[in-house]
Design a protein around this ligand. Structure first.
Ligand SMILES: [Cu+2]
Length: 121
């Protein structure tokens, strides 16, 4: 009998602590939404993406930073997955890659500028 009481006490503690953890996580959900994903940076410099080809895990953020004084874009070749729009000097754009596959992209202003994101599981 004492053993059952002890087990029930332990079970109750587990439930309470789980509820507490969930509520704490929920309260901070918004600010940490980006932080829980790793971020890789691609520089746009000297009219090229550096590095031009990267392989990432699904759910990773890719952040492009334009280091040229000329405006550039990072635009998916399929025209809809992602598009930074014009980035001036020092401006950045971040996209979270949620689906696996090869994602070739280019600069709309300078179509010879090409890059590729490979997203793995
Ligand atoms: Cu460009």
């Amino acid at each position: 009998m004492r053993r059952i009481v002890l087990l029930m006490t332990v079970a109750a503690l587990v439930v309470v602590s789980t509820l507490f953890a969930v509520s704490v996580a929920g309260a901070h959900k918004h600010p940490t939404a980006m932080a829980k994903h790793p971020t890789r940076t691609v520089s746009i410099q000297d009219f090229s993406f550096k590095p031009a080809n990267i392989t990432i895990k699904r759910g990773t953020n890719v952040r492009w930073i334009n280091k040229d004084s000329t405006a550039h874009t990072a635009t998916a070749n399929n025209g809809r997955s992602f598009d930074s729009g014009g980035l001036g000097k020092g401006q950045r754009y971040t996209h979270t890659f949620k689906r696996t596959g090869k994602k070739p992209y280019h600069c709309e202003i300078h179509p010879h500028m090409n890059g590729r994101i490979t997203v793995k599981r």
